[in-house]
Design a binder for this molecule. Structure first.
Ligand SMILES: *Cc1c(COP(=O)(O)O)cnc(C)c1O
Length: 355
């Protein structure tokens, strides 16, 4: 039989998402979704959506959504780019800001694994900087690497470690000759966003998402904030691929969500409080837990292999994420759930540790 696939598609290793077993039997703590419902205002916007308008293409300018994001972030709408999830925006960054025959991208060896997949997909070379022994990222070492641009997830995934804004600022300044892309998917649980720096530094692009902090993973919407020239670069890439990445329903629901900052501040503070409770409870059970600034914890047990913890939890109806990769195979990444979900996780762990 003929294989009609390109060489690229035959050989690339695509990103593997966490299992989406939305079976009620499972306590799902494996893909960093928010345990709380979206804002009542977002739900109301969905219920009152004029379904007959779906016969029309969505507004190209996405004016209402970009204005709502701009108002929440304290920037101008022309500095906002929206996409079908921040994964799509991160993907567009590679053709937008990197050349196949350039110095390539630089990022940590342990970070969001989509970055290297995108590099392979767009034929962009990349250099990995090993994280330190304690899984922190040495920004000076990253700055010293030859690269056309740099990507940093802050807080990082899957470690959860966050870099304070007062360290990000000099890092962006020292790299002013090249683009710095900050992936702030987990910033709602750290509150040290670099968005305010985008006015001052034309080399900084900050990418955010509605999936984690706004409880809208199922909606698929993300946004980027940066200098107008960077935004225009993303727009050109988008218009070479899909001019309408954000549908009408999504534009309306996400605009309503981001306008309800007070609701999310309260819910995300509750997630942070649960995160600290989980950290302490796991430590008491013999886990080493990295200091998380996100909505998950990365933990390794003194006696049990990471794979074993994952499998034994799964057998007891609790899903967490395990990465069979060098340096992190002993760890599991556990999403901070609701109080009841976290209690179920801890009860399952007690059962595993008893046997
Ligand atoms: C979840 C996540 C994203 C993006 O998610 P979308 O749902 O595509 O917006 C981006 N970066 C990191 C590090 C993430 O964990």
């Amino acid at each position: 039989m003929n294989d009609f696939r390109s060489k690229l598609v035959r050989t690339i290793a695509p990103y593997t998402a966490g299992e989406q077993l939305n079976d009620k039997r499972y306590v799902k703590l494996n893909t960093n979704e928010n345990p709380y419902a979206p804002s009542p205002k977002a739900i109301e916007a969905l219920h009152s959506f004029p379904a007959d308008s779906l016969k029309l293409y969505p507004p190209l300018e996405m004016r209402a959504l970009r204005e709502a994001i701009a108002a929440a972030e304290g920037v101008a709408p022309q500095n906002v780019f929206c996409g079908n999830g921040s994964d799509e925006i991160l993907a567009l960054c590679f053709p937008a800001f990197f050349d196949a025959d350039g110095q390539g991208a630089a990022f940590a060896d342990i970070t969001y694994s989509f970055y290297s997949v995108f590099c392979s997909f767009f034929h962009i070379p990349y250099t990995l900087l090993p994280l330190e022994e304690d899984f922190s990222l040495d920004l000076a070492k990253l700055t010293a690497l030859p690269a056309q641009g740099i990507l940093v997830a802050n807080p990082n995934a899957p470690t959860g470690i966050g870099i304070p804004l007062d360290e990000i600022r000099p890092f962006v300044a020292q790299n002013k000759g090249r683009i710095v892309i900050l992936d702030e998917a987990y910033m709602p649980f750290f509150n040290q966003s670099a968005v305010p720096l985008t006015e001052e530094y034309d080399n900084l692009l900050v990418v955010k998402t509605f999936s984690k902090g706004y409880s809208l993973a199922g909606m698929r919407c993300g946004y980027a904030i940066g200098n107008r020239a960077l935004i225009e670069g993303l727009e050109r890439c988008r218009d070479c691929f899909n001019s309408y990445p954000v549908d009408r329903v999504c534009q309306v629901v996400c605009a309503a969500a981001i306008a309800d900052g007070a609701y999310y501040a309260e819910k995300n503070a509750a997630v942070v409080a649960e995160r600290e409770r989980l950290h302490a409870a796991l430590s008491r059970r013999g886990f080493t837990v990295l200091p998380s600034k996100s909505n998950f914890v990365f933990a390794k047990h003194a006696a049990l292999a990471g794979r074993t913890v994952y499998e034994e939890l799964r057998a007891r109806g609790v899903l967490v994420r395990h990465f069979a990769k060098p340096r992190i195979a002993d760890f599991c990444r556990i999403t901070v759930g609701s109080c009841a979900q976290n209690d179920a996780l801890l009860a399952a762990l007690d059962d595993i540790l008893r046997t």
